[in-house]
Design a protein around this ligand. Structure first.
Ligand SMILES: NC(=O)c1ccc[n+]([C@@H]2O[C@H](COP(=O)([O-])OP(=O)(O)OC[C@H]3O[C@@H](n4cnc5c(N)ncnc54)[C@H](OP(=O)(O)O)[C@@H]3O)[C@@H](O)[C@H]2O)c1
Length: 230
């Protein structure tokens, strides 16, 4: 749903355009690559993964989903992707500012889910939607707003529109995604399944997610119906 909502933010049609999704086998990246090609009809989808994942990409996402695969542990994407050629960047790794030179001046857009939100976005996000209505301390909020403005201004200098985005969960989008799955346009990748009762495995699997390295697709924690969670 995060990937779907991000791709929708491109102004106009992505048909035939070039979309760059770093980490194409990450939890969000794997959907972004497929949605970009199979739903938004992007002309070229570029992604980056580490060496061991290169052979898995086509096998897991389909033969024609990704057009250019870069091993980011061996090549710097800025040395491989043509400058000014990317129309849309879905930033899953927090490197939006490093990739500005790759963006097409004047019309391109970056949506990041991995840099930092503005203070206002964070305050309004579902993360803060708690019964005690927490408020972000003003200096922290202003600091985040300022950093966000700096990123926007840096992007504007390249003729690029940059924004951070929070997922806004909706049943309608979930239904749309279900339809894409049923039509064979979208598949998931589950890299790890652990049993909830095996707490050591749950901890190890969560450590991989938190480290931001080595994970493959989604992690599933299976909770047995008969388990007493109280
Ligand atoms: N704002 C929101 O609403 C929202 C929603 C969902 C997720 N997020 C955030 O978005 C980020 C991505 O989430 P995710 O679930 O897609 O991540 P994930 O499944 O945990 O995957 C992260 C993957 O990124 C790869 N990676 C790390 N550094 C990289 C680099 N420099 N270039 C290319 N690949 C790199 C790693 O693969 P290798 O093993 O190949 O190194 C790792 O497996 C996280 O920071 C998450 O918190 C935000």
């Amino acid at each position: 749903m995060t990937a779907l909502q991000a791709l929708r933010k491109y102004h106009g049609s992505l048909a035939g355009k070039t979309v760059f999704v770093p980490a194409g086998l990450s939890g969000t990246g794997l959907f972004a690559c497929q949605l970009a090609k199979n739903v938004f009809h992007a002309g070229k989808v570029i992604t980056t993964v580490s060496t061991a994942k290169i052979p898995k990409l086509k096998e897991l996402l389909g033969e024609n989903t990704v057009d250019q695969i870069i091993d980011y542990t061996k090549s710097e994407p800025r040395d491989v992707i043509e400058y000014g050629s990317v129309d849309f960047l879905f930033d899953t790794v927090g490197l939006a500012m490093q990739y500005l030179c790759l963006m097409r001046p004047g019309s391109s857009r970056i949506i990041s889910v991995a840099t930092l939100p503005s203070g206002n976005q964070l305050q309004d996000s579902s993360l803060m939607d708690l019964p005690h209505r927490p408020a972000i301390p003003i200096p922290f909020r202003l600091g985040l707003n300022m950093l966000d403005q700096v990123r926007k201004l840096r992007a504007r200098r390249y003729g690029v529109e940059y924004s951070y985005m929070f997922l806004a969960s909706t049943g309608k989008d979930l239904d749309e995604l279900r339809r894409y799955v049923e039509e064979g346009r979208l598949r998931t990748v589950v890299g790890t399944v652990v049993e909830f009762r095996d707490i050591e495995s749950v901890r190890n699997a969560c450590d991989v997610v938190y480290s931001g390295k080595g994970g493959l697709g989604k992690l599933v924690i299976r909770v047995d119906k008969s388990e007493n969670l109280s």
